[in-house]
Design a protein around this ligand. Structure first.
Ligand code: GLC
Length: 726
């Protein structure tokens, strides 16, 4: 490590201010005149290129940087490799539903291999913004609503990308983003303001980022959003006080795209020069695409608004990562030394990830898994049954749609000889309001024993800047459902979407429902495997599903109300007597038209087994601060199929100096049990894991009464009490 610092010092002393500004500037490889881009690199005015396309272009840019610039400093090539590169995995929200860190890590690993083969050694992932608002399009890219789950899976992604040794040619520097608070954009509208207390920031938003530093994420990216009046890209509190000083982060920080010059639009900086000063002063080392550093560093130095030591620190941070990546030793890529993108191995991982991300929401009368010998005619209907590009989801710049296998293709390929397949789209695309396809769809349903109806959202309806104020099924898909329901046939709904949708009414018509998110390249075979029982669904919701959009924000770790209520005690709007006296309905916390419960809680997901929990126990009911303890439970598969259960452990801190959530996820385990099998589970906890940031922003575990819950989802009532003592 000392050798790297020495080599950095030598370079720093050789570099001109313009060359230092160059290292702090990332340019877009796919915007503007190519010769100008090459000239910028040749003059040492770019330290990084985003969106360079293809091996030839990347190697050419590197050749110019190394052989034709004055100091020969290699570029770091960045790209959004969010959930796959050419082989696409489920969207991160889908991967989060797998609750499988090992699988998430492997997915990031194959993504890194495919990207590094093209010379991309820096990805702008994982996105670990805690997301509790499904109106926000970027919930698709997130790992859901829970800090613990997002921490575990985000760290797994970092390990997968960086592979413990950044110098390897197939390692890719990760980028923990968006620091911080972006998921709380007001009204779920992208680029809107964020406002929250520091305890919420520290107890909910920051934990995944803190774990990202522990996981050695090489870079961080600032958020577009302001938080409490200060845009993140100008926040000394976030970048200096917390990221650098409290957490000891040693990598480099990049702004989001144009986020520095947007400080002017946000009314924080009057000019782009002021914006450059604010971002630099707060700690942004590299500017993504906008050129305020390149344009204004010299005058900021000449006016003594900043010192050269500040600039040198930014350049050091950037050069350090480049050295760690081995770019100074060999910046070029040779695809021949990599495994083939789209290889069977990569496709199998994509398929496994898609299988484990599917969440079974409903399965009345055990209609699933489908029994092939009872089906002579199968209807496959819907606007998402055969859409290779749509099933890939958002952030798939380098995907190969031709590699994608749709549900229709998979079922035809694997089962065409077992029954007749009647396919009809019903609607041309998810937003369509054109009913002309309905007769053919109804005809296909009428001639079939079972209807598989594929619904959801086109990919463009989620992701960055793709927010919706109404999260029902788009278009008239719900009309198609009700038309088909009139046939009285068994009907399975399969949803492909980038967010939770408000599907309460739609589900009334379904005998079974499977949520596949946007499942990626191998979504078709994965869904088929589950529908026909080659795999049992094991996914659990990483985010709460509201009944109505008006319930948002709704999430399991809500704070306790002073006026709690239970769904069973609520008088709903249609049941209120006419002329009811004002206080006759009880003054408790609920919506008259939605109650207090979500449609599906965080952690919910059925399987083909039937899991029962019993005999919760604890190693001791009085635990001293600083001690570990165990919690036990028996898990039984009372069903008739082998299945996998993700058992979840939550704690509740009953009384504290700051009010605490009703529950907080602290552990989870996955177990596959045969029918009738019973397993005794043991969870080990330490009192340090039960703490929170208090009113003085100090992390503490307070003594007092706690409850620990274990079960199949966040609604579990199976609990045992204990006390923490000094
Ligand atoms: C985008 C996104 C960010 C992404 C970057 C580069 O605007 O906010 O997540 O990594 O720009 O594409």
């Amino acid at each position: 490590m000392q050798d790297i610092e020495k080599r950095i010092n030598v370079l720093i002393h050789q570099m001109t201010l313009e060359e230092k500004a160059g290292q702090m500037s990332q340019i877009a490889g796919d915007m503007g005149d190519l010769e100008n881009i090459k000239d910028t690199i040749r003059k040492g005015k770019a330290g990084s290129v985003i969106n360079a396309i293809g091996v030839e272009q990347v190697n050419e840019f590197q050749r110019i940087a190394v052989n034709e610039s004055r100091l020969g400093i290699p570029l770091i090539i960045g790209r959004d490799v969010i959930h796959g590169y050419k082989t696409i995995l489920p969207i991160p929200l889908g991967q989060a539903a797998s609750w499988n860190p090992e699988l998430v890590k492997v997915g990031a690993r194959i993504s890194a291999i495919e990207a590094a083969a093209d010379g991309i050694r820096w990805t702008f992932a994982p996105m670990i913004d805690i997301s509790r608002d499904p109106r926000w399009g970027r919930i698709a890219e997130s790992l859901g609503e829970d800090p613990y789950l997002a921490s575990v899976l985000g760290s797994a992604m970092i390990e997968g990308f960086q592979n413990k040794d950044l110098t390897r040619h197939d390692s890719v520097a990760a980028c923990a983003k968006h620091f911080a608070g972006y998921g709380y954009s007001e009204s779920g509208k992208d680029y809107a303001a964020v406002d929250m207390s520091e305890p919420r920031l520290r107890n909910v938003v920051l934990p995944p980022f803190k774990e990202a530093v522990k996981a050695k994420a090489a870079t961080f990216m600032t958020s577009f959003s302001e938080i409490n009046g200060i845009p993140a890209s100008a926040s000394e509190f976030l970048m200096k006080d917390i990221l650098r000083n409290e957490w000891g982060f040693e990598g480099f920080i990049v702004s989001d795209w144009d986020a520095i010059i947007q400080l002017v639009d946000q009314g924080f900086s009057e000019t782009k020069k002021d914006a450059a000063f604010a971002a630099l002063n707060a700690g942004v080392d590299m500017e993504m695409v906008s050129q305020s550093y390149a344009d204004h560093l010299e005058s900021l130095i000449n006016e003594s608004r900043i010192g050269m030591e500040l600039i040198d620190e930014c350049v050091r941070n950037i050069l350090r990562v480049k050295f760690q990546l081995g770019l100074f030793d060999d910046p070029f890529t040779n695809p021949q030394i990599f495994s083939e993108p789209g290889s069977i191995h990569h496709l199998d991982i994509s398929r496994q990830a898609a299988t484990e991300s599917c969440v079974l929401l409903k399965n009345e009368k055990g209609i699933l898994p489908l029994e092939v010998n009872k089906i002579k005619n199968l209807a496959i209907i819907g606007p998402l049954a055969d859409e290779p590009s749509e099933q890939l989801g958002t952030w798939v710049f380098d995907a190969i749609p031709e590699w994608a296998e749709t549900p229709l293709q998979a079922i035809r390929k694997e089962r065409e000889n077992q029954f007749n397949i009647h396919y009809a789209k019903g609607l041309d695309f998810s937003r369509s309001k054109d009913r002309s396809g309905f007769p053919a769809a109804v005809e296909a349903g009428r001639n079939s024993d079972v209807i598989l109806l594929f619904l959801g959202e086109e990919a463009i309806l989620s992701g960055e800047a793709h927010c919706r104020a109404d999260i029902d099924l788009p278009g008239i898909q719900d009309v198609l459902v009700s038309e088909l329901a009139k046939l009285g046939k068994p009907m399975v709904l399969i949803f492909l979407a980038g967010r939770p949708l408000t599907i309460q009414n739609t589900l009334e018509f379904a005998d079974a429902a499977l949520y596949a998110w946007h499942p990626g390249t191998m979504g078709g075979p994965a869904i088929a495997d589950i529908l026909f029982g080659k795999a049992s669904p094991s996914g659990k919701l990483p985010v709460t599903f509201p009944k109505l959009v008006g319930q948002i924000p709704i999430y399991y770790a809500q704070k306790k109300s002073g006026r709690p209520t239970a769904e069973k005690d609520i008088i709903f709007i249609d049941d209120i007597p006419i002329g009811a006296p004002q206080t006759s309905l009880g003054n408790t916390t609920f919506h008259q038209d939605a109650g207090v419960e979500p449609l599906f809680p965080f952690g919910y997901g059925l399987s083909y087994g039937r899991f029962e929990y019993s005999k919760i126990a604890i190693s001791k009911d009085r635990i001293r601060l600083g001690e570990s303890f165990e919690v036990y439970v028996d898990l039984m598969n009372a069903g008739q199929y082998e299945a996998t259960e993700i058992s979840q452990l939550y704690i509740s801190d009953l009384f504290a100096s700051l009010t605490r959530p009703v529950k907080e996820l602290k552990k989870f385990q996955r177990h596959t049990l045969k029918p009738g099998e019973i397993k005794s589970l043991q969870f080990i906890l330490h009192t340090d894991e039960l703490g929170f940031y208090n009113g003085k922003n100090i992390y503490v575990t307070e003594t007092g009464k706690f409850e620990v819950f274990i079960g199949a989802d966040s609604n579990t009532a199976l609990k045992i009490s204990f006390e923490i003592i000094a």
